[in-house]
Design a binder for this molecule. Structure first.
Ligand SMILES: NC(=O)c1ccc[n+]([C@@H]2O[C@H](COP(=O)([O-])OP(=O)(O)OC[C@H]3O[C@@H](n4cnc5c(N)ncnc54)[C@H](OP(=O)(O)O)[C@@H]3O)[C@@H](O)[C@H]2O)c1
Length: 317
């Protein structure tokens, strides 16, 4: 295959994970001709310094518009060969028209929908998981060769972001590590269930690696990660990096408790329901693969558990 992406347009490029993807691509700026960000007026107002910097330092083109404005998107696609979307969870369905427009565009050949997480087609049970429904619709459209015959796709499937996994971000029972108070909650009975994690920096590096390897990445879910570990190993690493003594306040959340909290959250319409479902899936082993695909895209160097813990310790000090 002779195709190499040269003119790339990003949706959600200044978001939580989009900014890591953009950073990685900017580190290889010379490999691309045009890098274009399609962003909202809100982002222009809130992140004006960042956008000015991107234009000035990296010659990134910034298009301001509404992703639901088809004429604006059509115009933005002119001359673009690859679209990388990192829109937030609330905007996953807005990618459906973006994909149809990309397919109709004479120049766009390749589309990365916003994935960067749990594999929504991991097992037959995945089809009925509530948080997966919008991403599954996006995949169904991209794989529908009648409706979308002219567009290749790549799903960058990374599992949970390690940076988020090692923090508390809600109920204590949902798991996490608190360095200041030497307090942790490990998911699974004895913290021994394996989990595959990717740091946010590595999500960027892996997406760039996919862009560099179109032949391997075309029409594929790339199941990649930084490392596989267990909550118990993470705990041991935190203890090692904080003086070598056992932490006094360590609790465990069993799968059974996760399932109960998940059911209660969906029942009450809590916004945390998605978090409980994902954590239950991860603790069941839903991030593990017999073989990861990093080698298909050049086996870029990845961060380690030591790096993630040392960053969490640094942030706490
Ligand atoms: N693996 C994990 O642990 C993990 C964790 C979090 C997220 N993710 C995944 O990563 C992807 C990106 O998530 P994120 O958290 O990085 O996104 P985010 O920061 O919430 O949003 C990214 C961008 O999406 C655009 N957007 C436009 N309309 C939106 C809407 N209605 N709701 C939300 N965003 C909208 C905005 O860009 P503009 O203003 O520039 O238009 C926004 O900056 C998602 O697929 C998500 O599921 C994975």
């Amino acid at each position: 295959m002779s195709f190499q992406p040269k003119n790339v347009l990003f949706f959600g490029a200044t978001g939580a994970i989009g900014s890591y993807i953009l950073d990685a691509v900017l580190s290889a700026r010379a490999e691309f001709d045009r890098l274009v960000i399609f962003t909202s007026q809100t982002t222009v107002q809130n992140k004006s310094t960042l956008l000015a910097d991107l234009k000035e330092k990296y010659k990134v083109e910034v298009i301001v518009g509404d992703i639901q404005d088809e004429d604006a998107v059509k115009k933005a696609y002119e001359g673009i060969d690859t679209v990388v979307s990192a829109v937030g969870r609330g905007a996953i369905a807005t990618q459906l028209p973006l994909i149809r427009l990309a397919n109709a565009s004479p120049s766009v050949k390749w589309f990365f929908p916003s994935e960067y997480g749990t594999d929504v087609a991991y097992s037959p049970a995945s089809a009925s998981e509530k948080p997966h429904q919008q991403k599954l619709k996006v995949r169904a459209l991209l794989e529908n060769k009648t409706e979308v015959p002219d567009l290749a796709y790549t799903y960058v499937v990374t599992g949970p972001f390690a940076d988020y996994y090692v923090r508390f971000s809600g109920a204590r029972e949902a798991g996490g590590w608190d360095v200041k108070n030497k307090k942790a909650t490990l998911l699974s009975d004895r913290g021994e269930s394996k989990i595959s994690l990717t740091t946010m920096k590595d999500v960027g590096i892996l997406t760039l690696a996919a862009l560099r390897h179109p032949a391997a990445a075309f029409n594929k879910a790339l199941r990649v990660n930084s490392f596989t570990t267990t909550p118990a190993e993470i705990q041991a690493e935190f203890e090692r990096q904080t003086g070598g003594q056992p932490w006094s306040d360590v609790t465990y959340t069993s799968l059974e408790t996760l399932r109960q909290s998940e059911a209660a959250a969906w029942e009450s319409g809590s916004p945390a329901a998605t978090v409980w479902t994902l954590r239950r899936i991860w603790t069941e082993g839903g991030t593990l693969y017999e073989q990861r695909d990093n080698a298909l895209i050049g086996e870029p160097a990845m961060q380690t558990l030591t790096d993630v813990v040392s960053e969490a310790v640094r942030q706490a000090s």
